[in-house]
Every structure is written in structure tokens, then in C-alpha cells.
Design a protein around this ligand. Structure first.
Ligand SMILES: Nc1nc2c(ncn2[C@@H]2O[C@H](COP(=O)(O)OP(=O)(O)OP(=O)(O)O)[C@@H](O)[C@H]2O)c(=O)[nH]1
Ligand SMILES: [Mg+2]
Length: 412
């Protein structure tokens, strides 16, 4: 059973469980770096055993080394995109599904994706009111292209989609339905080559997945969601808290570790992120973990020294296995629109990205950017996030996305 099917199945069985409530739930022990059999890396400064965290991080409330990019941490939800438009749905305003007691049944994955992309779909379909024509003319095509650009699909993809529509016959004439169906198919055609689930290679023990991205894009939450998914697959998952800038980041990952039954390895806030990642890798190897997820700190793509740190993490991890980190996944906030393009460009250069995950598509008016990303980079899109719960991540499905973006129902 594939990622998508499995999630469809599991979603109907499970209720949402926002992380905010998790702190109150019973906790499971978390393994600290202290327990790792540490062979300090030669490249980064080795972790001083005395600095390795032995106490719960609640005492460490201040940022030992505040992030220069202003990404600090207390406001991770804020979009870093300066050009984000007013119609962005702030995370705080996103309606979270009610708890189990009040939610008799969770919506299907497709309905949630369709709801999430509803604003983008409206932007497109409200501009496609073409009725009763036998075929599309040049003006129609121009209007369609404009509507797609306004819905964040980007100039290149919009042009390609309009050209694709231009080549089509409409035996039943052009109307809202036939045009939406055709558009959904054209969009799916662009997305299909990049819709690739994040596959764990069993020959890698562990398979190392590094999460990167700008502040607040959803890295830690997505790490937790992936841990849950892989744990459900029967894999042994370890997570490394390589966001050492702030104590709250470590705590946040530990909560995800508790709620997903996953080991979390952390160093002391302020310690060298590369050293923590290396030590976690060693421990994961020793414990025969199947997957190691390395959660890194958010960083603005323009800050060179912070981007250099990512290179260092990769370099140090590669000392154990040339091919590691095996996946370097950028997590993108789906509400930032075209800014996602420049984020991918910068991180691709520094971290050698292997794939993307787009979050916060619930309530984003800018989900069309996923098509622009596919057209621009051709990098795999592994999954999309539509909520804060541990089950709110699913494999990226080109056909579903195309239909939801065109405002259509699921394919029968
Ligand atoms: N609505 C919604 N919220 C999400 C989604 N993914 C993450 N969030 C929320 O976005 C906020 C930021 O998520 P984090 O996972 O902390 O982001 P991050 O990239 O780790 O942030 P930094 O470590 O500060 O860079 C949190 O409030 C998450 O609950 C999603 O798919 N939908
Ligand atoms: Mg984080």
C-alpha cells in the first residue's frame, strides 16, 4: 500500500491531535546526545560532553545566540516573505479540525485538499467564465493565462498551460465544466513527473533525511508528521534536533518525539548544529535505526553564514557515508506564493536539495505556486501538508492536486 493510500486509510480512523495539547499528555523518555557513543567529528567543534543536555530544556528559556535573521523563534509562524500579500491566511486564523469528541468523522483527504486550495481555485475559475463557445479563441487564452498567473502558477507554467489548452478539442463545447476538466488534466501533466513520495532506502542504515527551509515554514512539524508515517510503516525512526539556536525548538521536536514514539537526540541550545547532527547519526547507526530525520533551524536564504552552516552539517554527516544526507528536503510554506521560488533557488545551491514538501495548503490562497515550483525546478514534490496534526501530511498526488486547483471533485 502506498503512502497516499495508507494515509487515506489511516486518516479515516484517527482524529486530529494538535501538538499544543501534547505537552499535557503522558510523555515517553527521550534519548539525549549524552547517551550517544560519541566520536567527535573532526570538522565541527566536538560537543563538549559537559554541554550535552541532561536536564529538561525548560530552564533554558533565553536564546543563547539569537538568530541574526530575526527568525527567532518566538514567532515561528510568521512568514518570512516580505512580499507576501494581504490575502495570505495567517496560521493563527487557520481553522483546526475539532478534537475527537466533537468531530465525528474527519473529512477525506481530497476534501481537505480541495478546501485548502479553494481560494486559489476561485481565483482561477471566477476568471474562466467562458460559456457555450465551440473552442477557445486568443482572447480567452490570454484571460486564462492571466488568471493562472494571478493564482500564483507563475508565468512559465501559465504559458505552458494556455498552450496546452489551445491544442485541445472541446467536442462538447467550452464551458465551465469542460474547461475545468481540461485545465485539471493539463496541471496534472505538469505535476505528474515530480510527484514522488519520499522513499526510504533500506540499504541505508539509517536513511538520513535533512529538513531545511526558512523560518516557520513547517520543518519541525513536517519532521514529526514524517516520523509518524514511517513509524506506522514499522520503521525505526530517530530525530536529531539540529536547530540549536533556541531551546524551544528542541522542546518542540521532543514533543513530536513523544507523540510519535520516536527517539529525539539533542545537544545543548547554542551548541554546534553539525556536531549534534553527527552525534545523532552515530547513535542512529549504533541503534540500527532505519531513518534519521535531521531538523535544522530556519534561516533566511539571503544570510550567507547561516546557509554555510547547512553546508557544514551536510559535510560532517557525509563523513560517515558519502551519500548522506540521502534526502535534503526543503519545507515550503504554501502561503508565501512566489517567494517560494527564490527560497528553493537559494537552498538548492547550498544544500543540494533533493526534494520539496509544501505545507499550510489549508487556507492558502497561493497554493498555485506548487505548479510554478514544479515547472521551474523539476525537483520531486514529496508531500503536502494541510494542517498541524500528525496525520495532516500526505503524498503529493498530481491528479488530485490538478482537480482541486481547478475546483473539481475527486475523480470517480
Ligand atoms: N495550518 C497549518 N499549519 C502548519 C502546517 N505545518 C506547520 N504548521 C504550523 O506552522 C507553524 C510553524 O511550524 P514549525 O514546524 O514550527 O516550523 P519550522 O519551519 O520548524 O520553524 P522554525 O524552526 O522556527 O524555522 C506552527 O504553528 C505549525 O503548527 C500546515 O500544514 N498547516
Ligand atoms: Mg523548527
Amino acid at each position: 500500500m502506498g503512502f497516499f493510500d495508507r494515509f487515506k486509510k489511516s486518516k479515516s480512523e484517527k482524529a486530529d491531535d494538535p501538538i499544543k495539547d501534547q505537552a499535557e499528555q503522558q510523555t515517553q523518555p527521550v534519548v539525549d546526545a549524552e547517551k550517544a557513543e560519541a566520536t567527535p567529528p573532526t570538522d565541527p567543534a566536538p560537543i563538549d560532553p559537559a554541554s550535552v543536555e541532561t536536564e529538561p530544556a525548560e530552564t533554558l528559556s533565553a536564546d543563547p545566540e539569537p538568530q541574526e535573521d530575526g527568525g527567532a523563534a518566538d514567532a515561528p509562524q510568521e512568514s518570512p516573505a516580505e512580499d507576501a500579500p494581504d490575502d495570505n491566511a495567517p496560521v493563527a486564523d487557520v481553522e483546526i479540525e475539532p478534537e475527537e469528541e466533537t468531530a465525528p468523522k474527519k473529512k477525506s483527504w481530497f476534501s481537505r485538499l480541495k478546501d485548502g486550495l479553494g481560494k486559489s481555485a476561485n481565483k482561477i475559475t471566477s476568471n474562466l467564465a467562458i460559456f457555450g463557445k465551440p473552442k477557445l479563441d486568443a482572447n480567452d487564452l490570454e484571460d486564462i493565462e492571466d488568471a493562472l498567473i494571478m493564482a500564483d502558477l507563475g508565468v512559465a507554467a501559465a504559458g505552458r498551460l494556455a498552450a496546452g489548452l489551445n491544442k485541445r478539442d472541446f467536442p462538447e463545447g467550452v464551458n465551465q465544466d469542460t474547461l475545468s476538466e481540461a485545465l485539471a488534466e493539463e496541471v496534472a501533466g505538469i505535476l505528474a513527473p515530480v510527484a514522488k513520495p519520499l522513499a526510504i532506502n533500506p540499504d541505508h542504515k539509517p536513511h538520513v533525511v535533512m529538513m531545511v527551509g526558512v523560518n516557520g515554514s513547517g520543518k519541525t512539524t513536517t519532521a514529526g508528521k514524517l516520523a509518524e508515517q514511517w513509524r506506522q510503516d514499522g520503521l525505526k525512526v530517530t530525530m536529531a534536533a539540529a536547530d540549536t539556536f533556541r531551546a524551544a525548538a528542541v522542546e518542540q521536536l521532543k514533543i513530536w518525539g513523544e507523540r510519535t514514539g520516536t527517539t529525539v537526540i539533542s545537544g545543548e541550545p547554542g551548541s554546534d548544529a553539525a556536531a549534534v547532527a553527527y552525534q545523532a547519526y552515530e547513535q542512529a547507526i549504533n541503534e540500527k535505526a532505519d531513518v534519521l530525520i535531521v531538523d535544522t533551524a530556519g534561516r533566511l536564504q539571503a544570510k550567507k553564514e547561516l546557509m554555510d552552516e547547512l553546508e557544514k552539517i551536510c559535510r560532517v554527516i557525509a563523513k560517515k557515508d558519502d551519500a548522506a544526507p540521502h534526502d535534503r528536503v526543503i519545507v515550503l510554506d504554501g502561503t508565501v506564493g512566489q517567494n517560494a521560488i527564490s527560497q528553493v533557488s537559494a537552498f538548492k545551491e547550498t544544500a543540494g536539495l533533493t526534494g520539496m514538501i509544501v505545507t499550510k495548503l489549508d487556507g492558502s490562497a497561493r497554493g498555485g505556486v506548487v505548479v510554478a515550483l514544479a515547472e521551474e525546478f523539476g525537483l520531486p514534490i514529496h508531500a503536502v501538508g494541510v494542517g498541524e496534526g500528525k496525520d495532516d501530511l500526505d503524498a503529493f498526488n498530481a491528479e488530485d492536486f490538478g482537480r482541486a486547483l481547478a475546483g473539481l471533485g475527486a475523480k470517480e
